[in-house]
Design a protein around this ligand. Structure first.
Ligand code: GTP
Ligand code: MG
Length: 439
C-alpha cells in the first residue's frame, strides 16, 4: 500500500540524514522532494505547497530541543506536520449502537460491513446485519452470504420492497445484539433520490454512526464526494476502501481530511481481515519508516505471540526460536509481509519470494524440523552440519532438502532483519528517540 509515496518520503528524509548541515538550500530541496512525492500520490498541489511551506518555516525558525541535532529536528518537524496533514485520530464507537453504511455503487459497502462486523466481533461486541438495499436483489444474497461466513445473524429479505419496513422488523429482531449494521442502497451518483432515501432511512434508524465508503482510487476526487454526502445526508465518518493497489491513496486521504469528516477505517484488501483503524500517527510512522511498533504489538497480541519475541525481532535478534514463533503464528497473524511492514526501518515492499505464508504445507514441515532441533542448534544454527541435518530430517519425518531449505530461508530473513534494524537504520533509531518506543 502506498509504496511510491513511502519510498519518496523516505528518500527525502534520507537525504536530510546525509546532508552536511541544515541550511536554506537543503530545506528548499527537501520541500521540493516532498512536494514532488505528494503530487505523484495525487495530493492537491496547493495543499502540498502549504505543507512544505509550513515545514520550511518551522525548520528555519524553531531551535532544536535539548539533545536533538538540527537534522533530527527537521525530520521530527516533517513527521509532525505529515501527521497533522492526514487528519485527526478518529473515535471508534466501542459500545453498543447502530451503524449505517452508505456509498455509491461498488464503493465497497457490503465488504466493509463484513469487515466492521468482524472487527467488533473480535472485540467482544455482538454484531447483526440488516440489508436495506432493495434495488438490487443480488445485494441481499451477498450480505447474507457474508454474514454466514462470519457467523453473524442477518436480516436481508428479498420480498420486502420498503426499506423502512425491513428496518423496523430487523431492529426488533436484533434488539439483543450490540452492533446493528445497516446496508443501504447505492447509486451511480449522489442524486436527490438517493439523498432522500438515505435521509429517510437515517431518520428511522437513528444510527450512532453513518459511515460513507469511498474507494481510495478516486484520489483527490474522494474529498468532493465526502463533502457532498456530508452536506446532503450527514455522515459521521469515512471508510476509505481499496487502499491496496492504488497510488492515489494519499490524495484521497488528504482531500477527505479537509472536509472535516474523519476517516475512521481503511480497507486494504478484499478479505475480511483487511481493515485498519485509521490512525494518522501510526499511518505516517509506517509510511516514513518509523515503523508501527504499537500496531505490531497489537497484531502479535491477537495472534498470541509473546511480546518478547516481537521485541527481539525489532532489536535485530533473530534466532531459530523467533523464527519458530513466527511460523507458529503466521496463520493467525496474517502475512509475514504485512507484519514486517510495521517494523521500523524495513522497506514497505519486500522481495516477492519473501512471503511463504501461503505455503502452509512447507511451514508445517519446517515447524516439525525445528521441533527436532536441540536448544543449542536453535540458538546457533551455524553448527548444523550435514550429519545434524540428517538427524533432524529423520527425527521430524522431513526430507534433508527441506531442512536445508528451512535453514537457508531463516538465514536470509536473519540477514534482512539485521540489516534494517541494526546500526544502519538511522531512521529507526530516530523513531525510538522521538517516540520513546518502549518495548
Ligand atoms: N482490493 C480491495 N477490494 C475491495 C476492498 N473493499 C471492497 N473491495 C472489492 O470491491 C468490490 C465491490 O465491493 P462491494 O462490497 O460489493 O461494494 P458495494 O458498495 O456494496 O457495491 P454495491 O452494493 O454494488 O453498490 C468487490 O469486488 C470487493 O471485493 C478493499 O479494501 N480492497
Ligand atoms: Mg453492496
Amino acid at each position: 500500500m502506498l509504496e511510491k509515496l513511502s519510498s519518496g518520503l523516505k528518500e527525502a528524509l534520507r537525504k536530510i540524514t546525509k546532508a552536511g548541515y541544515i541550511d536554506k538550500k537543503v530545506l528548499d530541496e527537501l520541500a521540493k522532494d516532498i512536494q514532488r512525492t505528494l503530487l505523484a500520490g495525487d495530493v492537491d498541489i496547493i495543499l502540498a505547497q502549504n505543507l512544505t511551506k509550513k515545514i520550511e518555516e518551522r525548520a528555519l525558525k524553531e531551535k532544536p530541543p535539548k539533545g536533538m541535532t538540527p537534522k533530527e529536528h527537521v525530520i521530527k518537524i516533517v513527521y509532525e506536520e505529515l501527521v497533522k496533514f492526514v487528519g485527526k485520530k478518529p473515535e471508534i464507537m466501542m459500545r453498543p449502537g447502530k451503524i449505517m453504511f452508505i456509498g455509491l455503487y461498488g464503493s465497497g459497502k457490503t465488504t466493509s460491513i463484513g469487515k466492521v462486523a468482524k472487527y467488533y466481533q473480535k472485540r467482544g461486541l455482538r454484531p447483526a446485519l440488516i440489508g436495506c438495499d432493495i434495488h438490487r436483489p443480488a445485494a441481499m444474497d451477498q450480505l447474507s452470504q457474508l454474514a454466514s461466513q462470519i457467523h453473524v445473524p442477518c436480516y436481508a429479505p428479498k420480498d420486502v420492497k420498503d426499506p423502512i419496513e425491513i428496518l423496523k422488523t430487523g431492529l426488533e429482531k436484533f434488539k439483543k445484539y450490540d452492533i446493528i449494521i445497516i446496508d443501504a442502497s447505492g447509486r451511480s451518483a449522489l442524486d436527490k433520490d438517493l439523498a432522500e432515501e438515505l435521509k429517510k432511512l437515517a431518520e428511522f434508524a437513528k444510527p450512532d454512526e453513518v459511515l460513507l465508503t469511498i474507494p481510495a482510487d478516486l484520489g483527490q476526487a474522494a474529498g468532493e464526494q465526502a463533502k457532498g454526502f456530508k452536506e446532503l445526508v450527514g455522515i459521521t465518518g469515512i471508510f476509505l476502501t481499496k487502499m491496496d493497489g492504488t497510488a492515489r491513496g494519499g490524495g484521497a486521504i488528504t482531500s477527505c481530511a479537509i472536509t472535516g469528516a474523519p476517516i475512521k477505517f481503511i480497507g486494504t484488501g478484499e478479505k475480511l481481515d483487511a481493515i485498519e483503524v485509521f490512525d494518522p500517527d501510526r499511518f505516517i510512522s509506517r509510511l516514513i519508516g518509523f515503523g508501527d511498533i504499537q500496531g505490531l504489538l497489537e497484531k502479535a497480541k491477537e495472534a498470541e505471540v509473546k511480546p518478547e519475541t516481537v521485541k527481539k525481532i525489532v532489536e535485530g535478534k533473530f534466532t531459530i526460536n523467533e523464527f519458530y514463533e513466527q511460523i507458529k503464528s503466521i496463520q493467525k497473524m496474517g502475512s509475514l509481509k504485512s507484519i514486517l511492514g510495521m517494523m521500523p526501518g524495513l522497506p514497505m515492499k519486500l522481495p516477492k519470494d519473501f512471503d511463504v505464508s501461503k505455503q502452509e504445507e512447507k511451514m508445517k514441515k519446517w515447524k516439525y524440523a525445528i521441533e527436532s532441533m536441540t536448544k543449542e542448534e536453535r540458538e546457533n544454527p551455524r553448527i548444523i552440519d550435514a550429519s545434524r541435518v540428517k538427524r533432524i530430517a529423520k527425527g521430524s519425518g522431513t526430507k534433508e532438502s527441506e531442512v536445508r531449505e528451512l535453514l537457508k530461508y531463516y538465514e536470509q530473513m536473519r540477514k534482512m532483519i539485521k540489516m534494517f534494524s541494526g546500526k544502519r537504520g538511522m531512521i529507526s533509531k530516530l523513531a525510538k528517540k522521538f517516540k520513546g518506543f518502549k518495548l
